[in-house]
Design a protein around this ligand. Structure first.
Ligand SMILES: Cc1ncc(COP(=O)(O)O)c(C=O)c1O
Length: 406
């Protein structure tokens, strides 16, 4: 018997045109695409480029972590599915690390879940909690997955402005109570991408109160909790009293230990939410590769030294960039954390036209702030993801560019 298609595919010039789902239509990261096209065009023209646009760590993981990983890879029994909850040991070490680092007690059975990079959880939490038409409070500027995950789940975004005068923290009092009441969840991220702002416990206390008043799930992305400078130690959202009743927190093992391509993160906090996310994910994936969990567990238990080296390296990069640009008259706030500098556009141009000119003229690629939301306009994001020699060259090129602008 021949099967009939109930919904015919459209037919164009003898070729079937497979129409992507409508839910992809809202995901136009047009500024990123524009910058990417320009980068490719410049590469084709043979221009030497220094890419300070992507937030991917360029440093390698510590040797000790790679040794554990490579040994595990050779082990015969590391090749089964680990399933969504991963190994007992990995969840246990996450709880121990939380206790040691933040003084927060977690039950490794119910309050910890491994992730294939924190991105896995950031994207999927929306599918677990958002139905079509539901509202979510999303920081603007913000890391793009919060908007993408929400739209893919059919939700509607309420942009919460992060303004310089508020230290790039949301002003909770300015959020319309009617909107807050309708919203299901709120995303936060400190140390912040792209603004590099940091939050203190007092702010998180206010967030817990706000969440309780409006019955909101708080999702805090703490991907950069271990990348801070001059001895500053970012706090965990879960340190706030009552936080576990209203929220969860995401961590990026891949960022903290430079294992980005190995894809490892974890989410902790409210047991019901962790259980729901686990239920959703168990329908989607079969868990993180066991050697990656083994290496991650080793890193969390033993490799704090590598975090300190990482911080020092990024701090030197930060100082080199900030001082070099300041000497050309481009003053930028000094970040206390994250791998980014959020720099005001120094020429009076729009962020896109400044970033494009900088790329075309001297080959330095940064991200226009508007790519992160309308309140990102007026800024560019510089990622400190090249070694000091390359950054020195970037500074010279920026100085040369700014001289010609004046
Ligand atoms: C704020 C923030 N959260 C999460 C991620 C995702 O990191 P991963 O999935 O590697 O843990 C990134 C990556 O750039 C990020 O900048």
């Amino acid at each position: 018997m021949v099967c009939q298609r109930t919904v015919p595919m459209t037919h164009k010039n003898g070729v079937y045109d497979m129409l992507p789902s409508k839910r992809l239509e809202g995901l136009g990261a047009s500024v990123f695409t524009e910058m990417d096209n320009l980068k490719r065009e410049l590469e084709r023209a043979g221009k030497s480029l220094i890419n300070l646009s992507i937030g991917s760590p360029d440093r390698a993981p510590a040797h000790e972590i790679r040794n554990v990983l490579s040994k595990a890879v050779l082990d015969d029994d590391q090749y089964g599915y680990t399933l969504t909850r991963g190994t007992d040991d990995f969840r246990k070490v996450c709880a121990e690390w939380y206790q040691e680092r933040f003084g927060v007690t977690l039950n490794p059975e119910t309050e910890v879940l491994p992730l294939m990079g924190s991105q896995d959880g950031l994207a999927h939490v929306f599918l677990a909690y958002i139905d079509s038409g539901d509202l979510a409070l999303i920081p603007d500027p913000g890391y793009p997955i919060y908007t993408a995950g929400l739209l893919l789940a059919g939700g509607e975004k309420v942009a919460i402005p992060l303004l310089e005068e508020n230290g790039f923290l949301p002003d909770l009092k300015q959020i319309d109570p009617n909107i807050a009441r309708k919203a299901k969840l709120m995303f936060l991220n400190y140390p912040n991408n792209p603004t590099a702002a940091v939050a203190n416990l007092e702010f998180f206390d206010e967030v817990v109160e706000f969440a309780k008043e409006y019955d909101l799930l708080i999702c805090h992305d703490a991907a950069y909790s271990e990348l801070a400078f001059e001895g500053f130690k970012p706090v965990s959202f879960l340190q706030a009293g009552g936080a576990k009743e209203v929220g969860i927190e995401f961590h990026s093992v891949s960022k903290t230990y430079n294992l980005a391509g190995a894809r490892l993160g974890f989410v902790v906090g409210n047991a019901d939410v962790i259980g729901t996310l686990s239920q959703l994910k168990s329908n989607i994936d079969y868990g993180v590769f066991a050697p990656v969990l083994t290496a991650g567990a080793y890193a969390l238990r033993n490799a704090q030294g590598s975090i300190e080296e990482n911080k020092s390296a990024y701090q030197r990069r930060r100082d080199l960039l900030i001082e070099g640009c300041a000497s050309a008259g481009w003053k930028m706030p000094i970040p206390q954390g994250s791998m980014f500098i959020w720099a005001p556009v120094p020429t009076g141009q729009s962020s896109v036209s400044f970033a494009m000119d900088l790329a075309r003229e001297v080959g330095v690629i940064v991200v226009p702030g508007i790519a992160f939301g309308e309140h990102g306009e007026g800024f560019v994001r510089i990622a400190m993801v090249q070694d000091e020699g390359v950054l020195q060259e970037a500074v010279q090129r920026i100085q040369q560019f700014l001289k010609h602008c004046r």
